[in-house]
Design a protein around this ligand. Structure first.
Ligand SMILES: Cc1cc2nc3c(=O)[nH]c(=O)nc-3n(C[C@H](O)[C@H](O)[C@H](O)COP(=O)(O)OP(=O)(O)OC[C@H]3O[C@@H](n4cnc5c(N)ncnc54)[C@H](O)[C@@H]3O)c2cc1C
Length: 390
C-alpha cells in the first residue's frame, strides 16, 4: 500500500524530545515552508518523558503525568501524525518504509528516533528481562516488583539508568513496608557511574547503601536460566527479577543505514546536524563530536539539536547555502535518586541532596510539554506521598 506520494514533505521519525521540538518549530514557521507538510512518525501513541521513568517505576510519579498523547499534541500544532514503526529508510530514493506496508516520501528527513535497550543479541537474556524504554515498561516493572517483593532484583548496568532504577525500587519497597528485600546492581566496570566524578559517585553510593542496595562491580552476567542467574564472580541468584540497563543502541533501521556510526549505532553528523543531503539526525540517534568524545545522551542536547536542524531546513527551503552550526552547550548533569536526593553539577556548581532533587524536578516540569503534565509532575513531586495512593 502506498500511503503518500507527495514531494516536498518534511518527515520526522520519532516523537520524542527532539522530534517534537522540530515539529513545534516547523509548525510555528509554517508560512515559510511553502505548503510543505510536516509529518511525524512514531511507533508509539504517546510521547514518554523518559527522565522520570525510574520514578514511575518507583511509584513516585504517576504514569499519566509522564506521557502525552501524540495525536492530540500534534493536532494542536497542525502537524500530521502517522502512528507506525519505521522499518527502513532509502536515502537514495528518499523513501521511508513503514511496518504497515506504507511508504512516505520526503524532501527533508529528520531522524529523531532515540535509542532502545541493547541486549547485545542475547535473546535468552532479553526474554527473561524487564527494561525501561517506555512508560509502559516502567509500570510493568513496578507491578512485577510489587507482586513479587521477596524475589531478588538484579539490575544489570550501574550507569545512570540502573542506579536510578535501583534507588527508586528500594524506596518503593521501603514505603510498602517490605522489610526483607534484595536489590543488586551488577556492573562490569570497577565502579558504578564510572563516567561521573568521584564525589558524585560517593554521593550515589551513600544513597544506595541507605536504601540497602548492593552494588557488585567488576562482574557480569555469566548465565541466565529460568531458575537462576549466575555472575562471573561465582555468585548465584535464584527466584529473581532481572532488569536490563546495560546500554542502549539505535533502532535497527538506523543501524542498517550505510553511513558512519558510533558503537551505539548513532549516526555521525556534521556541525549542521546532517549525515547526508537534506537528511538530519538529532538527539540520541546522532553522534555529535564534542572535543575528543561523543556528546552524551540527554534531553537538553536533543532539543538544541532539533532547533539547529529546523533552522537548516528553513534555510534549505529558502535556498540559502550558509547553514547554522551546532555548538553544544553543557549546563551540567543531575542524577536523581529516591528519597528526595540527587547529585550533579549545574553550570560550575556542585549540587546534591534536596537542592539537587528540587532542581531536577524544576527541569522536569519546565521540559514537560503540556500544562497537565507540568501540574501532574509538580503534584507528584511536591505533595507528600502519604496523601496519595501508592
Ligand atoms: C531511564 C532514563 C532516564 C533518563 N534521565 C535523563 C535525565 O535525567 N536527564 C536528561 O537530560 N536525559 C535523561 N535521559 C536521556 C533522555 O531521555 C534522552 O536523551 C532523550 O529522550 C533523547 O531524546 P530523543 O528525541 O532523541 O529520543 P526519545 O525521547 O527516545 O524519542 C524517540 C522516539 O522515537 C520513536 N521511535 C523509535 N524507533 C522508531 C521507529 N523505528 N519508528 C517510529 N518511531 C520510532 C520512539 O517511540 C520515541 O517516541 C534518560 C533516559 C532514560 C531512558
Amino acid at each position: 500500500m502506498i500511503l503518500l506520494m507527495l514531494e516536498g514533505d518534511i518527515v520526522i521519525i520519532g516523537g520524542g524530545f527532539a522530534g517534537l521540538e522540530a515539529a513545534r518549530l516547523l509548525s510555528k514557521k509554517r508560512a515559510r515552508l511553502n505548503n510543505r507538510r510536516v509529518i511525524v512518525v512514531d511507533a508509539k501513541k504517546t510521547f514518554d518523558f523518559l527522565p522520570v521513568l525510574p520514578e514511575v517505576a518507583g511509584g513516585y510519579v504517576q504514569k499519566k503525568n509522564a506521557v502525552l498523547d501524540l495525536a492530540y499534541y500534534l493536532e494542536s500544532l497542525r502537524v500530521n501524525f502517522e502512528q507506525d514503526e519505521v522499518v527502513r529508510v532509502d536515502i537514495g530514493t528518499k523513501e521511508v518504509f513503514l511496518k504497515s506496508g506504507g511508504v512516505l516520501y520526503y524532501e527533508f528527513l529528520v531522524i529523531a528516533c532515540g535509542s532502545v535497550t541493547n541486549f547485545f543479541g542475547m535473546d535468552d537474556v532479553q526474554r527473561r528481562s524487564l527494561k525501561l524504554d517506555t512508560a509502559e515498561d516502567a509500570v510493568i516493572l513496578r507491578n512485577v516488583v510489587i507482586t513479587y517483593p521477596n524475589k531478588k532484583i538484579i539490575i544489570v548496568g550501574g550507569g545512570y539508568t540502573g542506579i536510578e532504577i535501583a534507588s527508586n525500587l528500594a524506596y518503593l519497597l521501603r514505603r510498602k513496608k517490605i522489610k526483607k528485600y534484595s536489590i543488586n546492581v551488577i556492573e562490569r566496570a570497577d565502579d558504578i557511574l564510572s563516567s561521573l566524578p568521584e564525589w558524585a559517585r560517593d554521593h550515589c553510593r551513600v544513597n544506595l547503601s541507605k536504601l540497602r542496595v548492593n552494588a557488585y562491580t567488576e562482574c557480569s552476567i555469566e548465565e541466565v536460566s529460568d531458575q537462576r542467574v549466575k555472575l562471573s564472580n561465582g555468585m548465584m541468584f535464584e527466584d529473581y527479577i532481572l532488569v536490563w540497563a546495560a546500554g542502549v543502541v539505535t533502532p535497527a533501521f538506523v543501524r542498517d543505514l550505510k553511513f558512519e556510526k558510533d558503537k551505539q549505532g548513532r549516526l555521525s553528523v556534521d556541525e549542521h546536524m546532517m549525515f547526508s543531503g537534506h537528511c538530519f539526525a538529532v538527539g540520541d540517534a546522532a553522534a555529535v563530536k564534542n572535543g575528543n568524545s561523543i556528546l552524551r545522551m540527554a534531553a537538553p542536547f536533543s532539543v538544541a539539536q532539533a532547533r539547529v536542524a529546523v533552522a537548516n531546513i528553513l534555510r534549505g527551503v529558502k535556498g540559502v547555502k550558509r547553514l547554522v552550526k551546532y555548538h553544544p552547550i553543557d549546563f551540567g548533569f543531575l542524577v536523581p535518586m529516591a528519597d528526595r536526593d540527587a547529585c550533579g553539577k549545574v553550570l560550575i556548581f556542585r549540587v546534591s541532596g534536596f537542592l539537587g532533587w528540587f532542581l531536577y524536578y524544576v527541569m522536569c516540569i519546565s521540559r514537560s510539554l503540556s500544562l497537565d503534565n507540568k501540574l501532574g509532575i509538580f503534584g507528584d513531586a511536591f505533595i507528600p506521598l502519604k496523601n496519595r495512593a501508592l
